[in-house]
Design a binder for this molecule. Sequence first.
Ligand code: FMN
Ligand code: SF4
Length: 652
Amino acid sequence: MNATPRLFSPLALRGRLLRNRIASTGHQTYLAQGHRPGADMIAYHQARARGGAGLIIVESARFHETSFADAPDLHIDTDDAIPAFARLADAVHREGASIFGQLSHSGRVSRRMRNGLRDVAYAPSAVADNRFHTMPRAMPEDMVLELVEAAGEAARRYAQAGFDGVELLASHGLLFAQFLNPRVNLRTDAWGGDHDGRLRFLLDSLRRARAAAGDEIVIGVRISIDEVEADGLQPAEMTRICSDLVRLGAIDYVNVTMGSMAGLGGSIHVVPPMQVATGYIAPQAGTLRAAIGAPVLVAGRINQPQIAERLLADGLADLCGMTRAMISDPEMPNKAREGRLDDIRACIGCNQACIGHFHAGNPISCIQTPQTGRERRFEAPSPAPRGGHVVVVGGGPAGMKAAVTAAGRGYRVTLCEAAARLGGQALAAQALPGRAEFGGLITNLEHELDRPGIEIRRNSPMTREDVAALAPDAIVLATGARPGPPALEMSEGGHVVHAVDILSGSANPGNDALVADWRCDWVGMGMAEHLVRNGHRVRLAVNGTHAGQNLQMYLRDHWAGILHGLGVEVIPYARLFGVDGGTAYLSHVVTGAPILCEGVDTVVLAGVPVPETGLEAALAGIGVPVHLAGDCLSPRTAEEAVYEGFLAGREV
Ligand SMILES: Cc1cc2nc3c(=O)[nH]c(=O)nc-3n(C[C@H](O)[C@H](O)[C@H](O)COP(=O)(O)O)c2cc1C
Ligand code: SF4
């Protein structure tokens, strides 16, 4: 029996039939070429359409020059864009999925750069945002009229390119939302004032879109049901707005999300990290759906088909956005339809390679799926030579991925892990507060390892002789890294332990703990939370500008809020250089000025890792190719480990 019947029932929207209820909601990929969909973007979306998605909503496209920036995003502002968008639509349609486009204008929520200079941002009123620290200029009325016209023309282009629908972004505190918001739109002309005045920009743009794009195309809006900002739109306001749009016949559906890019708190909900509950926006979407009586799409941490099925069954939505679920596993819909739920490589909400790449200015990918965003680069690898045998040493993410990839090519693989369990440092990472889902990386890889041709040897530390005795044709070394010795210039006693020792239970911290965080990542913040939740007084001294400096910002900011709420004292710009009994000596990393922390019972190190290279040295001259992957090459993150394991498995 199919466990997800509702998810695979078709949905009619304005006479167009979506083959199922799974949508990839708009997400910027950084794959545009010359601001148009090119071969890479087509391959990316085609993979998800082929994987069984019902609806692909393509990333936000700019429709007016007042929203352009130095970024490889989509522009749909002139007719010469139509052929490229048409090629994308054709490719998605050929795979049986429907395709919608988005229209976006950032207004005040932008730090737009053009040719190295900050550009003027235009918004309904001169009201600053709190994320980009932009003070916009109030739009003159003729610009508002020009934008309404431009939105209509862009919708026409989508229709001419063969798109099934178009969605105006009134979500995330973007321009359409700014006009709707009485605390951001302070205009006294026809585009502000009362509710109807503030609605006018969106309503006129929707009407212009309908007039220009014709009757057949689906037109919807994306909204944030709650912007979660001090000056943000509230659920009651959004409900009234959506009710009016439905009543006036301006939209065919509402796409519900949460949050706003106008502040750090609201931004967390744009791509919510793993600490946020799965499907958490669905109850509010359900309330809206009941109030407006129009089809509703909801997104936000719906990472498994079972969750989507449940919220459809509960009547909370008509369509489920499962965006990172398909960034992580493009084949997720097909696997669900075929009942292969255990085979799904579920998104773990780490935000590292999807939105993390995007914010770093790189094409998006997935920590678990190196092919994502690189569809054209990683076509099928060559098959293994007959009877080929690969020995992989190290059963962390790099070794596991190498083993799975090599076995997928037909190699016989022996995977040797020194510890009793596979997972390497990911085992410790999942033990940090709010990080249990990170263990999904191990669970997913373990499931993929469960196939013929792979022998797993646990409790098997390897020597050169052990490896040679297995007579491999190639060796992959993925021996990882270990915490390095504390780099203390003076140590006159005092309790100094590694974070991993606390997580494993082999070290017992005292009441007053100082976390000395060189890494500025998950370990320091996680350890601080772990300790404070266990009743310790905690100071977190970071060797950087702020806690979590090296983390994706939505994850970091969410965590910063938690630590603040728990009373953790954060000391930025602080390098530990000595411990003397109950005193920890730190120095300001810029000036070298001393920072003394007294009354410290335990110093917990989130310190410098060192690669495990012993076996690499021992294998010198062994006579078969040796490939290195992950932290034994250089300690970095699980993303590089999986990626390099994948490469090693392809290259052996
Ligand atoms: C890399 C990335 C870029 C995004 N860009 C957009 C965008 O262009 N337009 C938009 O409406 N939402 C954007 N989003 C938000 C997603 O549409 C979606 O709401 C969010 O990822 C939460 O859904 P999920 O938990 O299913 O991933 C983006 C998300 C990601 C991961
Ligand atoms: S990088 Fe992390 S959050 Fe992003 S899709 Fe992959 S598993 Fe999900």
